[in-house]
Design a protein. Structure first.
Lengths: 295, 342
C-alpha cells in the first residue's frame, strides 16, 4: 500500500438513483486499497475522445477493499459531465485518478464524534464513520438539507450511528430547521468531543462557528467547493483556491484538492471564500506601484 | 526512452520532444505522482514572478467544447519561494528544467533573469510575454513586437551564455511572424508557440461572466489548429529557430502534427489536467507513429510539412544532433541545398 494516487480504468458495477442523487459503484482495487476517509476521486467524463476536459471530483461513500476492490461515489447531476456519469451502465469503463487529497485526521482515543453532513456531501461521512467505529469511537450523525430528498443516507445513519438527527428546511424528514440550529442541542445530548463535517460551504461555515462556540475542534471537507471549482484534482491547476490562515497567522490561498479537501474549520476564512482577501499573501495591491507593481 | 525521440532546442539536448506547457505541471511534485518527471524532455515551470502572488478569485476556470477557459492571474510563490522550495526539488529530478518567468515591466523581467543567473538546475528560461505591461497601460508585451523584443533582449543579456532563452508568444496578434522576428532579432534562442487565446464565457445560471477575471485564456484541443498555423508560419519565416509547439496536444499524432509544422518539441498543457498520465502516453504514441512511418529521428520530421509532397526526409536538421559519423558535420549544408531546390 502506498500514499501515491493511481490513475486507472475502472469498471462500473452499478449506477442507481438515491433520492435526488446518483450512487455509482466502481471496481478499482488499486484505488480502494489506498483509500482513506475524506479523500476523493477525480473522474474523466465523456469517454476517450471527450470534449469535456474538466475532471469531476467526487466524494466517496463506501469502500470495500476486500470485496473485489469496489468504491462507491455519490453525486448530484448538475451539468452535462455528471449527467454523463449518471447515464453510465454496468460494465462501462471510465478513467479515474485517486485516491486524492488529505484525509480526515482520526482521533487517537475513543472519543465521541459528531458527523455533520449536508446534501450529497453527507455521503463522505459514512466511510469515516466506519473507520471511527473500528477505533471504538462513538459516532453521532447530524444530517440536513432543504428537503428529505436532499438528505443523503438518513436511514444508514440511523442504522450505524450511535445516534442520528435529521433536520430539513421544510420539515419533510426529521425536524424542521437548520443544522446550525440543531447543532448545540446535539452537542449537548451526545457529549461530542470533535466535529467532522462535509457539505456546502455555507453549512461548513456555520458548523465551524458552532463548534468553535462550544470549544470543539472541527475538521471539515470542502468537497463540494472542490467539485464546483476544480479542473484537475491533483494539485497542478490552482483553480480550487480558498483563503486559509497558516500556523504563522498569515492568510494564504490553498488548494482545496491537494491541501484539502479536509481542512481545519477554524483556519478557513469562510466569509472570504471566493475572493482574495486584501491581506492574503500575494494579494493584489490596492494602489499600483509606479515601477514593477502588480497590475 | 527510444533514441528516435531525441531532439534539441538550441544548445539544449533533450531525450524527448514531449515537454509540459508552463503552468500545467504545478511545482512538478503533482504530476510526479503519476509519472516520472524524467520522462519529460524538459520540465517547464509555472511562470515565476518577482513577488508572491495570490492570483485571481474563483471561479478561475470554465469548461468550453474541447477547451478550458482559465484566468488564474499568475499565482505563485515569487522568485524567493521558488528558489527556496521548488527549484531545489526539481533540480534533483533528472530532467532539464526550463524556468518560465513573468513580469509586469522590463525591470521585473531583468530582476528575475538576474536572480536566476548561475543558479544550478536552470537549463533554460522561457519568457512569458503574455503579461500586462504596467509601463504601457497594462497592455500585453506579446501584442507589440518592440515590447516583446525589449524583454527578450533584457533577459538574454542577463542570462548566462549556453542557457537558452525562449520567448513564449500569444496567438491573438495581427501577425505573429512579426513578433517572432523581433524576438529572434533580440536574441531569442527559440520560441514557444502558442500561449492561450483570449476568450470569454457568460454563465447563463448566474447571468454574469463565468470567470472572476471576466475574460480568460482558451486552451486545449479547441485551439490546436491556431497553434499549428502559428508554428507553420513562424517556421516558414525563421526555419533555423527552434520552436516548442504548444496548444491542445493530447495524443502522439497531435505532437507529430506540430513537429511536421516546424516545431522541434511540443508542450503538453491542458491534457495534463484532463489526463495526468498524458505525457508517457503521448511519448509512446509519438514513438509508434514515427516507427510506423519509418522515420528514424524526430529531426527528420521537423518542418516536413513545408516540403513538397514526395520529399524524403534527409538525415539532416539544424536542431538535432546528427547521428555519429565522421562526415556528418560537412555534409548537411550541401544536402539541404540540394533538397530545397528540387
Amino acid at each position: 500500500m502506498s500514499d501515491t494516487p493511481v490513475q486507472t480504468s475502472a469498471t462500473v458495477l452499478t449506477v442507481r438513483q438515491v433520492q435526488d442523487y446518483h450512487a455509482m459503484t466502481l471496481v478499482a482495487p488499486a484505488v480502494a486499497e489506498r483509500f482513506r476517509p475524506g479523500q476523493f476521486l477525480a473522474l474523466a467524463v465523456g469517454g476517450a475522445h471527450s470534449s469535456r476536459l474538466l475532471r469531476r471530483c467526487l466524494g466517496v461513500y463506501e469502500v470495500k477493499p476486500d470485496y473485489g476492490g469496489t468504491i462507491e461515489v455519490v453525486f448530484e447531476d448538475t451539468d452535462p459531465g455528471t449527467a454523463w456519469l449518471a447515464g453510465l451502465r454496468s460494465r462501462d469503463r471510465l478513467d479515474l485518478a485517486g485516491p486524492l487529497g488529505r484525509p480526515f485526521r482520526l482521533p487517537r482515543d475513543p472519543v465521541h464524534c459528531l458527523l455533520v453532513g449536508g446534501g450529497a456531501g453527507g455521503a463522505a461521512l459514512f466511510a469515516l464513520a466506519d473507520t471511527l467505529r473500528r477505533r471504538d469511537c462513538q459516532v453521532h450523525f447530524l444530517l440536513g438539507g432543504p428537503t428529505g430528498r436532499q438528505v443523503f443516507g438518513s436511514r444508514t445513519a440511523q442504522r450505524i450511528g450511535d445516534s442520528a438527527t435529521v433536520v430539513t428546511d421544510d420539515g419533510s424528514t426529521g425536524e424542521r430547521g437548520t443544522v446550525a440550529e440543531a447543532m448545540p442541542r446535539v452537542i449537548a445530548a451526545t457529549g461530542a468531543d470533535v466535529v467532522y463535517a462535509c457539505g456546502p460551504t455555507t453549512l461548513l461555515r456555520s458548523v465551524t462557528r458552532v463548534a468553535g462556540d462550544h470549544g470543539l475542534p472541527s475538521q471539515v471537507s470542502v468537497q463540494e467547493f472542490l467539485q464546483q471549482t476544480a479542473a484537475c484534482g491533483i494539485g497542478s491547476c490552482l483553480t480550487c483556491m480558498l483563503p486559509m490562515y497558516g500556523d504563522d497567522g498569515v492568510t494564504r490561498m490553498v488548494r482545496a484538492c491537494a491541501d484539502g479537501p479536509v481542512l481545519r474549520g477554524d483556519r478557513v476564512r469562510w466569509g472570504d471564500v471566493g475572493t482574495i482577501p486584501f491581506d492574503a499573501l500575494g494579494a493584489p495591491r490596492a494602489l499600483s506601484v509606479p515601477d514593477g507593481g502588480s497590475a | 526512452m527510444s533514441d528516435r525521440l531525441a531532439t534539441r532546442l538550441g544548445p539544449l539536448e533533450l531525450a524527448s520532444p514531449v515537454l509540459n506547457a508552463a503552468g500545467c505541471g504545478g511545482t512538478g511534485r503533482e504530476p510526479a505522482q503519476f509519472f516520472e518527471l524524467s520522462r519529460l524532455g524538459a520540465f517547464v515551470t509555472t511562470s515565476v514572478m518577482v513577488r508572491p502572488r495570490a492570483g485571481r478569485p474563483t471561479p478561475r476556470v470554465a469548461e468550453s467544447p474541447s477547451g478550458l477557459l482559465t484566468a488564474m492571474g499568475l499565482p505563485g510563490p515569487g522568485i524567493e519561494g521558488f528558489l527556496e522550495r521548488d527549484l531545489p526539488w526539481l533540480a534533483e529530478q533528472d530532467v532539464p528544467v526550463i524556468v518560465s518567468i513573468a513580469g509586469n515591466s522590463a525591470t521585473e523581467f531583468a530582476e528575475l533573469a538576474r536572480r536566476l543567473r548561475g543558479v544550478p538546475g536552470v537549463a533554460g528560461i522561457e519568457v512569458n510575454t503574455a503579461c500586462p505591461n504596467v509601463e504601457d497601460r497594462g497592455r500585453m508585451f506579446a501584442w507589440h513586437p518592440a515590447a516583446s523584443a525589449r524583454v527578450v533582449r533584457t533577459v538574454r543579456e542577463l542570462t548566462a551564455p549556453g542557457v537558452p532563452v525562449l520567448a513564449k508568444l500569444a496567438p491573438d496578434v495581427t501577425d505573429i511572424t512579426t513578433v517572432a522576428l523581433a524576438c529572434a532579432d533580440a536574441g531569442a534562442d527559440g520560441l514557444t508557440l502558442i500561449n492561450t487565446l483570449d476568450g470569454m464565457s457568460v454563465d447563463t445560471a448566474t447571468l454574469r461572466p463565468a470567470l472572476s477575471g471576466v475574460s480568460g485564456g482558451l486552451s486545449g484541443p479547441a485551439i490546436r489548429p491556431v497553434a499549428v498555423r502559428c508554428v507553420y508560419q513562424v517556421h516558414a519565416a525563421l526555419p533555423e529557430l527552434p520552436i516548442v509547439g504548444v496548444g491542445g496536444v493530447a495524443s502522439g499524432l497531435d505532437a507529430l502534427e506540430f513537429l511536421l509544422a516546424g516545431a522541434s518539441a511540443v508542450g503538453v498543457g491542458t491534457a495534463l489536467f484532463h489526463d495526468p498520465g498524458a505525457v508517457p502516453r503521448i511519448q509512446r504514441e509519438l514513438d509508434e507513429a514515427l516507427a510506423a512511418r519509418r522515420i528514424g529521428r524526430v529531426a527528420d520530421v521537423v518542418g516536413l510539412a513545408h516540403k513538397p509532397a514526395g520529399y524524403v526526409p534527409s538525415l539532416v536538421s539544424p536542431h538535432v544532433p546528427a547521428p555519429a559519423g565522421p562526415a556528418d558535420r560537412a555534409e548537411p549544408s550541401a544536402a539541404e541545398t540540394k533538397e530545397t531546390t528540387p
